[in-house]
Write a protein that binds this ligand. Structure first.
Ligand code: FE2
Length: 502
């Protein structure tokens, strides 16, 4: 089939903006999708359409350094993933796309420093859980102004649920509504991703900085595990494949992540010179189903920590291949910061419920043997400067990660900062306070506020700044710093720090 070189569109085709991701020293992924009718399947037919791209030194594109053209295919929802190469390391570039007579917004991206260099500093942020109905994306507008080298998104980029038509008494109103019912088909997931990407502040952040991404459950279905859904849907494999396809189509991912019949390789490793290494984990696709579910159900719950099935040594969060891949990536990187980005809380978080201590079967507490193996691989690699970045809980937690959480004197082997949500509602602060009291290795817990975490890294220390919105229901909300924690190189564990102490 011949791709259309001079298409005529019914409406502006670059309605979802532009994005970049997965930066290397000499290249970066550039993304866009043609979608003149974003909430209705995109609005294009089955023909391929030629898309031209340019990378320039300057925002006015007077010095174009790379350019080319690709075919946007209907089988990929007319998305394009350009792996631009031949760029210089450690510098900003501008990029844009053209189709027919239409031109996209201009994006700004940045290549990684040379592999053997020793950058003086790195500034990145991480976030998760951006329920479209539960708030506006003021956080993304503030993130775009943070002058970041990298942005990490750690899951729940979309939520699959139906548009809310009810208003629950006593709960905040939905500020906007998902289009359509619960996402189940490829068309549904495409429309849902497209709706999220119509948000101008989300577009602004994608256009401002390269992203690294991983997913959690809501990119597919609440609390799914591997090929098992919460409702034990017999057709879940097909639904999951549709959701993975739409996820790939809407993220600035490399071709290696393109879904195949056996799934999708989302895990990825990224070096920032010899200052930092990022490991992005996929903790959904290959995990063992949650232990001790209620009768006749899959999915997650707060379960008794004594539940026998929980302790089975073969339970896995990542799958054996990814566990080996992570251990290999940690080995030989003891001379730098290692940041492990993944979706759910890794630290043990006992929750007192009616005089019992329960754990979440969906987080790493539901996979204690897998957590032991992961923490052992950090210790075995001799890493003194390893930080786990997580989300999912709609709560900020700052934690020490220990081989034995029951031993108050055991030294931490790594630090965890779990970020709050961009918009998704959190649990009652009284529950979080009870968790903090019951877990001496958790130093901070805040489920009342929405926002993100900005991280400043230098060779000697890492500073995590907890940024919280004044009001997630206000698209113009201001932002403030709730707290700042320092992690010293070679000394796992976080302690409160004075702001701007890098
Ligand atoms: Fe979430």
């Amino acid at each position: 089939m011949v791709a259309i070189e001079h298409p005529r569109f019914t409406a502006y085709p670059f309605s979802l903006g532009v994005a970049s991701g997965s930066p290397l020293p000499t290249g970066v992924v550039l993304w866009t999708r043609l979608a003149p009718e974003p909430l209705d399947g995109g609005g294009l037919g089955s023909d391929a359409i030629v898309v031209h791209w340019e990378v320039a030194d300057d925002e006015g594109f007077t010095r174009v350094v790379r350019q080319g053209s690709v075919e946007a295919l209907a089988s990929r929802a007319h998305s394009v993933h350009v792996e631009a190469d031949g760029l210089a390391p450690d510098r900003a570039y501008f990029y844009r796309f053209m189709a027919g007579s239409e031109v996209s917004a201009v994006g700004r991206t940045r290549t990684a420093p040379p592999a053997d260099s020793a950058p003086a500093r790195l500034r990145f942020a991480f976030a998760s859980c951006q329920h479209f109905e539960q708030g506006f994306y003021a956080a993304h507008r503030h993130l775009a102004a943070e002058e970041l080298d990298l942005m990490l998104f750690l899951g729940d980029y979309i939520y699959e649920g139906p548009g809310r038509t009810d208003q629950v008494p006593g709960r905040p109103r939905a500020v906007r509504r998902h289009a359509g019912g619960e996402a189940r088909t490829l068309r549904d997931y495409r429309n849902r991703h497209a709706q999220y990407k119509t948000d101008p502040d989300l577009q602004r952040l994608h256009a401002a900085v390269p992203w690294l991404v991983t997913w959690d459950d809501h990119e597919v279905d609440n609390n799914y595990a591997g090929t098992r859904s919460e409702s034990l849907d017999p057709d879940f494999r097909r639904r999951r494949a549709a959701a993975y396809q739409a996820y790939f189509e809407h993220m600035p991912l490399r071709e290696r992540a393109r879904p195949t019949a056996s799934g999708m390789i989302l895990r990825s490793r990224h070096d920032f010179g010899r200052l930092a290494r990022f490991h992005l984990l996929d903790a959904r696709q290959r995990r063992t189903p949650q232990a001790c579910p209620r009768a006749g159900r899959g999915g997650a719950d707060w379960i008794d920590r004594q539940c026998r099935a929980l302790r089975a040594p073969r339970r896995t969060m990542l799958g054996p291949a990814q566990e080996r891949w992570l251990a290999d990536g940690l080995r030989g990187a003891a001379d730098r910061w290692n940041f492990i980005g993944e979706a759910t809380l890794m630290a043990r978080a006992l929750r007192p419920v009616d005089g019992q201590l329960k754990v979440s079967s969906d987080a790493w507490d539901g996979y204690p043997a897998a957590r032991d193996r992961l923490l052992a691989s950090i210790a075995d690699a001799g890493l003194g400067s390893c930080v786990v970045l997580s989300g999912d809980a709609h709560t900020t937690f700052v934690c020490d990660l220990k081989r034995d959480f029951d031993d108050a004197g055991a030294p931490p082997v790594a630090t965890e900062v779990c970020g709050t949500s961009i918009t998704s509602r959190g649990r009652a602060q009284s529950v979080t306070d009870a968790i903090v009291r019951a877990n001496p290795h958790i130093h901070y817990g805040d489920s009342a506020r929405r926002g993100y975490v900005a991280v400043d890294v230098s060779a000697g220390r890492c500073i995590a700044t907890l940024r919280v919105l004044d009001d997630p229901l206000d698209p113009q909300s201001g932002i403030a710093t709730a707290a700042t924690f320092a992690i010293e190189a070679g000394q796992p564990g976080a302690r409160p720090a004075a702001p701007a102490a890098v």
